[in-house]
Ligand binder design. Sequence first.
Ligand SMILES: C[S@@+](CC[C@H](N)C(=O)[O-])C[C@H]1O[C@@H](n2cnc3c(N)ncnc32)[C@H](O)[C@@H]1O
Length: 314
Amino acid sequence: MKFRPIYKTKLGKAYAADSLELMSSLPTGSVDLVLTSPPYALHFKKEYGNADQGKYIEWFLPFAREVARILRPSGSFVLNIGGSWTPGVPVRSLYPFRLLLALCDEVRFNLCQEFFWYNPAKMPAPAEWVNVRRVRVKDSVEYIFWLSMSDSPKANNSRVLQEYSPDMRRLIKRGVKETRRPSGHNIKETFSQDNGGAIPGNLIQCGNNESNSFYIKECKRLGKQIHPARFPAELPRFFTKLLTDPGDLILDPFAGSNTTGAVAEELGRSWISVEMNASYAADSELRFRAPRIDEGMAAVAGQKTLFELPGRAG
Ligand SMILES: C[S@@+](CC[C@H](N)C(=O)[O-])C[C@H]1O[C@@H](n2cnc3c(N)ncnc32)[C@H](O)[C@@H]1O
């Protein structure tokens, strides 16, 4: 490969490069998981040059075609994408849905499942519609599309079990009688079997609250710019466990502060990160200076309820 990493770790390589170019140098069928959060098509542009809503799909599809090429047949593509508004009016943009259709219709990805990332701490925006005129509510979810080229990529939900809810724990203790619910679902006695945890739903709740993380503290201490659009480590951690085995290769083509690479390292997966902004790419190395990589992640990494859903689980 003509590219030289900006830093290396035991399991990974970080590149400061354009990921379209870098991906084109990777062999076909060599990556197990592409997990990423590209710049969104925001009305209010961020400093790293988000594409316009109207041109977003045209901009993104060449990256998606490379992703499709480099994935192994058993591999997955996990894409986190935020919603957006039509400029000047309180009307949502359809770009995430148009993008999803283009990925499936034009690149031939399958939509394995759509997920929603619920971030209760998200700021109310646009202020004009939410705070001033009060005609819309807070937009507190983002989309996560789990895509793959095959219709049955590698996955195992028993690796992302959640703690049982108090209700479910009571059911496990007491047991259930066979019954038919008004909805038509048959409840068998095995429903109350202890399977080691509840199967999570497709709503992932976590805030962007890594304010105590090693990366943030080190950026502040060294006067470095903290990446402004990081996702919480829980997101890559959930999909890394669900979709890969130790030793698999994970790529983040829009790596930012390299949350994905740090989680991969923590979980014993190999990784490649690509970030176009050379300072973000270089500073992401701070994540790997933590005394223990898992301690260096979000302050919430040790919580037991990482993927807890509101309501009853089971
Ligand atoms: C939403 S941020 C990703 C943040 C990351 N998930 C994290 O937790 O830090 C998107 C990143 O993509 C980078 N980017 C944009 N175009 C790129 C390209 N063609 N190649 C590589 N990186 C790119 C931006 O500089 C930005 O840092």
